[in-house]
Design a protein around this ligand. Structure first.
Ligand code: DGJ
Length: 733
């Protein structure tokens, strides 16, 4: 049993393999948070921690005489505004009286086997007997709102999922102005915040800060989870390292505008509130209606490495779905950086022949293939073949490429429309624009109103026809602008605050319909690279194009930052041309391959221009990737260097049974006359003997981890190296 209820103490304890989460229904019916951290068993923690009355913070009416602890100091499970807790609220509800506060009191709770589901939203799933659910129901008498807090406890996986549902049980409408998914109070400790910021072509850069007093807020108001901030944060002990110290992760399963607020209060307690962004948000609940806030994945671990590994495993097994999520992925060749918009059947066929020749399995026709698409000013919305570029038709191209023995993949950007398209000419009202105002253009395109069922039906019908009529094995689903002018012509003025969230629900609806109708197709996500790299998208696509920056030296930073929350198998990573198209940097082919092999691997360069030696190198790389991919994609991942190391970046993956390991290293800045890079390996069996293939030596895991291993000296421009370790069966030291 991972959920335990002590009826006399009215204490609920959730336990995973190495963490405990505890809450208490207090004498007034408030759901107090007691603890989330390393496993404390089912020990009743109520009397270990003391809270006090605070000047200018107030007391509950029932405690006005004895001045019991103020609601402003008590850790809460789902804090509200307007009722004596002045910290960041999880919910702001405009009630029929015009007042904005709620005062949640316990009604009941239920413990059930399996995982709760969330209507219309992607969420984690149970592979069978892995999860137990706690649902606590609370009520605010004044507004008539009912709150259901769900907790999914994945004991062995060390993950607790949380979600909140707000139901209007009054007889008049109630409007939500904020409805976060989670409120997590950490009453004691010295916490740092790690968040992941960036921009187009440099996504998910970790930043760690000691929390100041007040509120630190990160998020996105772009209608997409964004390149700029990721809906994943870590709260870690000020002294925490990769290997030690309390670390708690909060990951939102959502792909739209979000906000994460972290408050360090007057008493130094810390509160994290994470959910849909309240900016430009309001949601009116008619009597009987329910609003469901997206899910959050909580995890707690000793050290950042372990925390990352817990998320990697969970996202691979319990978020990603479908036939491809645990299967080996095809090595692909993508046409984008090879040809951009300059495509013809002959050029694509020449590229595909080379792809087959070097051993790739999937050929992806990127942007530029559809009606009217000469450049990025026209055509979006018209998902039909382009007879000017492909006079014999798309079908002819697909059959010639599949006849080579390759799978065929195609690029689409369903959520967008160009003004210069038949779709826009027929349905200008389908684009998000504000009446009477010229819209903001980005890449000269507009955003389709995905909150509309008719828009989604058009896209489903058109894209289904494309996938039905052609032998397409893979789809790259791109999205190339932030939302603006968020106004739906299908909704009344009073409901315009719902459009941003309804847009995301609409994207999920279309993804759900298409991925269900075409279960054999491998879908890859993309948003100008990694602008929508989040657990919500991963519920539909097991891999996402990591970044539009394909320079391997830049990718080291992006892959490392992304690895704090997301698994290698989810990171689309390609070998591109040198000099690189984004940075102009020249790097060795081997370095580009070593970096790309740490993800869902492929090539994105004009193979027809390569020398026979370079093609031989690619053949060998693909063979090597195939031999290593199980360890890389499914193994435990270790960051061996931190961002202060400007000399080199190294990482390691170890198979779960510790029998194999691969170490990869790239030198970013050659420093002459310095000793060569020295690595202390991680995650090995200390007593086992490992052979290092590249060095013809055999030594214990303990020696490699504690004494470390010095690489051969590496000079020149951006050299890279890999070590392959294999456990010697039956030998120990
Ligand atoms: C942005 C993507 O990230 C690129 O890989 C490419 O597909 C272009 N869009 C095509 O327009």
């Amino acid at each position: 049993m991972s959920i335990h209820f002590d009826a006399s103490a009215r204490v609920l304890t959730l336990r995973t393999a190495s963490s405990s989460y505890q809450m208490q229904i207090d004498e007034l019916g408030f759901l107090r948070h007691l603890y989330y951290g390393r496993d404390t068993g089912t020990a009743d923690l109520r009397h270990l921690h003391r809270f006090y009355d605070l000047g200018f913070s107030g007391n509950h009416y029932e405690h006005r005489l004895e001045r019991a602890p103020s609601p402003d100091t008590i850790p809460q499970e789902y804090a509200s505004s307007g009722a004596g807790d002045y910290r960041v609220p999880a919910v702001v509800a405009l009630t029929p009286s015009g007042h904005r506060g709620t005062d949640w009191r316990y009604v009941s709770h239920e413990i059930t086997a399996g995982k709760y589901a969330l209507a219309g939203l992607p969420s984690a799933y149970d592979n069978g007997g892995e999860c137990e659910t706690l649902t606590v129901t609370l009520r605010d008498a004044a507004s008539g709102l009912t709150l259901r807090l769900h907790y999914g406890v994945f004991e062995a996986l060390d993950i607790i999922t949380r979600a909140a549902e707000l139901q209007n049980d009054a007889s008049v409408p109630v409007t939500l102005e904020k409805a976060a998914s989670v409120c997590l109070d950490l009453p004691f400790g010295s916490w740092d915040l790690m968040h992941f910021h960036g921009r187009h072509c440099l996504e998910r850069q970790p930043e760690r800060l000691k929390l100041p007093h007040g509120v630190v807020s990160v998020g996105s108001e772009r209608g997409m989870s964004s390149h700029q901030h990721n809906p994943f944060v870590i709260l870690c002990d000020h002294a925490a390292t990769e290997d030690a110290g309390d670390c708690i992760g909060l990951m939102l399963v959502y792909s739209g505008s979000f906000r994460c607020e972290i408050e360090r209060s007057q008493t130094d307690s810390v509160r994290a509130v994470l959910g849909v962004s309240p900016l430009d948000f309001s949601w009116t609940l008619q009597p009987g209606e329910t609003f469901t806030a997206p899910e959050v994945l909580l995890s707690c671990a000793e050290g950042l490495t372990r925390l990352s590994q817990q998320y990697h495993r969970f996202l691979r097994r319990n978020i990603c779905r479908g036939r491809h999520h645990l299967a080996r992925r095809p090595v692909l060749v993508n046409s984008w950086e090879a040809a951009y918009f300059d495509i013809s059947a002959d050029r694509l066929l020449a590229l595909a022949r080379e792809a087959k020749d070097v051993g790739a399995e999937l050929f992806v026709l990127d942007d530029g293939w559809f009606r009217g698409r000469k450049d990025d000013n026209a055509g979006l919305g018209d998902w039909f073949e382009n007879k000017e570029k492909l006079p014999h038709g798309l079908g002819d191209l697909v059959s010639r490429i599949t006849a080579l023995g390759l799978q065929f993949g195609i690029w689409i950007e369903p959520e967008m429309v160009n003004e210069n398209s038949d779709l826009y000419r027929a349905h200008p009202d389908w684009a998000l624009t504000v009446p009477g105002r010229t819209p903001i253009m980005a890449r000269n395109q507009l955003v389709l109103d995905m909150s509309r069922a008719d828009v989604r039906d058009y896209l489903f019908d058109t894209l289904s026809a494309l996938l039905r009529e052609h032998d397409i094995s893979y789809v790259k689903w791109d999205m190339n602008r932030s939302l603006s002018d968020v106004f739906s012509k299908a909704l009344p003025a009073a409901r315009q605050g719902e459009v941003l969230h309804r847009y995301v629900l609409g994207v999920y609806d279309l993804l759900e319909r298409l991925t269900s109708a075409f279960p054999d197709v491998l879908f890859e996500g993309c948003a100008g690279g990694g602008g929508r790299f989040d657990a919500g998208m991963l519920c539909y696509v097991p891999q996402i194009w990591l970044s539009d920056d394909t320079d391997p030296i830049e990718r080291l930073k992006i892959q490392r930052g992304t690895s704090f929350g997301y698994p290698m198998s989810a990171m689309g990573a390609h070998v591109s041309a040198s000099p690189n198209h984004q940075t102009g940097r020249t790097t060795p082919m081997e370095t580009r391959a070593v970096v790309a092999m740490a993800g869902a691997f492929g090539y994105e360069l004009d193979l027809t221009k390569l020398s026979p030696e370079e093609k031989d190198a690619i053949r060998a790389q693909i063979r090597r990737f195939r031999a290593d991919e199980d360890v890389v994609q499914n193994g435990l991942y270790y960051r061996l260097t931190d961002e202060t190391n400007t000399w080199f970046t190294a990482w390691q993956t170890v198979s779960e049974d510790q029998s194999r390991s691969i170490v990869s290293l790239v030198v970013q800045n050659v420093e002459p006359y310095k000793s060569a890079p020295h690595l202390r390996l991680k995650g090995l069996d200390p007593d086992a003997v490992y052979e290092i293939e590249e060095d013809n030596i055999a030594v214990s895991g303990a020696a490699l981890m504690y004494a470390g291993y010095t690489m051969a000296r590496m000079l020149g421009d951006y050299p890279a190296a890999q070590l392959h370790l294999k456990k010697k069966e039956g030998e120990s030291q």
